[in-house]
Design a protein around this ligand. Structure first.
Ligand code: ZN
Length: 155
């Protein structure tokens, strides 16, 4: 069961202080110490059918003069309008983003069962499909295997 409370500033501040070190701890060490369950899955690419997501990521990285590293699929991302009690988590997210990582919510993104590339999960896929401006065609169905892997299986 996911609890948002553990990501609140009040909780993370305490954990940060407990784990404070004189050395500059690497960001992943901090994550491992204070929010070890936060990152659920990792991958380093979006599947081909979402190449717009891949391209956006590449574009962002070049803006920040870094290289795309990993897509981190996490248990919790605070809503944009509810950031004030999650400034520590936001700081962690910003540091990662500036270093070429992209942070995605497990509610929206999963990985292909076959190639492990990042793709929309079923809920996000169906939600987007229902939008009028959707890039997802009406007759397409969500699959736990990406289109590219699916084609390879059929052939
Ligand atoms: Zn695949």
């Amino acid at each position: 069961m996911m609890s948002r409370e553990k990501y609140l500033d009040s909780n993370l501040k305490k954990l940060l202080e407990e784990n404070e070190s004189k050395e500059n701890i690497h960001i992943f060490k901090v994550i491992e110490k204070i929010i070890p369950d936060w990152i659920i899955k990792k991958t380093n690419f979006y599947v081909k059918q979402y190449k717009n997501l891949q391209n956006n990521w590449i574009k962002l990285c070049s803006q920040w003069k870094t290289e795309p590293k990993e897509i981190l699929i996490v248990e919790y991302l605070p809503d944009l309008d509810n950031f004030e009690n999650y400034t520590i988590l936001r700081h962690i997210i910003e540091s990662l983003t500036l270093n070429g990582y992209i942070i995605r919510n497990i509610r929206d993104i999963t990985t292909c069962d076959k190639c492990n590339g990042a793709m929309l999960n079923e809920v996000a896929f169906n939600f987007l499909k229902e939008q009028e401006t959707s890039i997802i065609s009406n007759d397409s169905k969500w699959n736990s295997i990406c289109d590219n892997c699916n084609t390879c299986i059929k052939n």
